[in-house]
Design a protein around this ligand. Structure first.
Ligand code: ZN
Length: 412
């Protein structure tokens, strides 16, 4: 199957050389070709250029993109889309001012999500998750990371990871899997957190590692959840199975999680709503991608990640959705890009770089995804007719996507 797209008003994020990360000042630059064409063969971008250089090419299908833009599909490097049920009652309870304890009693919080998931069949969990995945793909997401973490028992975590494995096999989106065994301390370990960490290390990580069910390992490194010592033990145990860290740090409190992640060569550090100068320093000269999750800040009204400080320090930044039932029940990357511009004061160029090439880096796939480059995977968004790419963040809450192509196939 080959596809030719002609008359593209502007082809966005074009990288002739296979750039895999964009940092600091360079994030302000978004290379484009106006009035362009692009050719896909099977699942790969094979050629592109200016319409004036176009030479007739034999293809199976031609798309006329007059007035429309083409860009790489979004790369969402942080989600929890495999979950059971929803927590809309908790949303209403929070508006009504119920306390954390009252909300937990009424079925809110991670522990209750875990209970619902434990009592949901694997098939039902798959079907619920597939629906969400298909919805975000229609919204332009072409590569996505999915975490476990609502299991909290060995069996339920394995169930979640098998569901992710099946989604990986069945879906046109590229999926990376992260083991988030240490997401919350289960009720039965409330006063013996170390015993739960022991179980994560002695049972969950070895079983998941041996079954090769995860690419990455995550820890919710936060006060009241898992401290630096717990985090370090878990990252060490994961390293024995080749699980690279991508961890939740600095969401509510900054206490050294960023430096610890860098020490263990984390691929990414995610959240970062609370940043100290030493956290920024720890990221300099590292290969760790900082990741902001602006939809989460929006939904639960917490501070936004200081993107300007991070980028102005010369660092790269990725943005992701954090799609999860409690704090971000949305995986709409278009909204994430808008919110990055509106609330994080990122320029449209920075936000698009953060949601494509840097998002791909934060999943370890930026040599194949996240930019328009010959030989890279054909995961593309064709927009509706728009004035400029600035309209993508400007028209917040709107859907300006006309067509999504993933692995060289047009989504219906
Ligand atoms: Zn998260």
């Amino acid at each position: 199957m080959s596809i030719l797209i002609i008359n593209i008003k502007e082809l966005i994020q074009v990288r002739d050389h296979n750039v895999t990360i964009v940092k600091g000042e360079d994030m302000k630059i978004l290379p484009t070709i106006k009035n362009a064409y692009l050719i896909i063969e099977h699942d790969t971008i094979v050629e592109y250029g200016s319409m004036s250089d176009y030479i007739d090419y034999e293809v199976d299908e031609v798309i006329d993109a007059k007035g429309k833009m083409v860009l790489p599909a979004w790369c969402d490097s942080h989600t929890h889309i495999v979950y059971a049920g929803d927590r809309s009652q908790e949303f209403v309870d929070r508006i009504n001012g119920l306390s954390y304890e009252e909300i937990a009693q009424r079925g809110g919080g991670i522990l209750n999500s875990a209970e619902v998931l434990q009592n949901t069949s694997e098939e039902d969990l798959y079907q619920q998750s597939l629906k969400r995945l298909n919805r975000v793909m229609k919204l332009g997401t072409g590569a996505i990371e999915i975490k476990s973490g609502y299991g909290l028992t060995v069996d339920a975590e394995l169930k979640m990871l098998r569901v992710i494995k099946r989604l990986k096999k069945e879906s046109l989106a590229l999926i990376k899997t992260t083991l988030l065994a240490a997401h919350a301390v289960p009720k039965e370990f409330k006063d013996h957190k170390e015993k739960f960490v022991d179980r994560v290390i002695s049972e969950m990580i070895p079983q998941v590692g041996q079954a090769k069910l995860a690419d990455y390992i995550d820890v919710f490194c936060e006060k009241g959840y898992f401290d630096l010592e717990d985090t370090e033990r878990i990252l060490q145990a994961g390293a024995a199975y080749g699980l690279i860290p991508k961890i939740h740090v600095n969401q509510f409190n900054a206490f050294g999680g960023v430096a610890l992640a860098v020490k263990y060569k984390a691929l990414s550090v995610d959240h970062l709503e609370e940043m100290r100068p030493e956290d920024i320093d720890a990221l300099k000269d590292s290969n760790t991608m900082p990741v902001a999750l602006p939809s989460c800040s929006y939904f639960i009204s917490i501070p936004y990640t200081p993107a300007r400080q991070i980028i102005d320090a010369g660092l790269p930044l990725a943005i992701a959705s954090d799609y999860n039932p409690g704090t971000t029940p949305s995986g709409n990357m278009n909204f994430v890009v808008s919110t990055a511009c509106i609330k994080l004061r990122m320029t449209p160029e920075e936000a698009i770089n953060a949601a494509t090439i840097n998002g791909a880096y934060a999943m370890g796939i930026s040599n194949q995804y996240g930019s328009i480059c010959r030989g890279k995977k054909a995961n593309l968004i064709i927009t509706k007719e728009i004035e400029s790419y600035n309209n993508l963040p400007y028209a917040f809450g709107d859907n300006l996507i006309d067509t999504v192509i993933l692995s060289g196939k047009i989504l219906d």
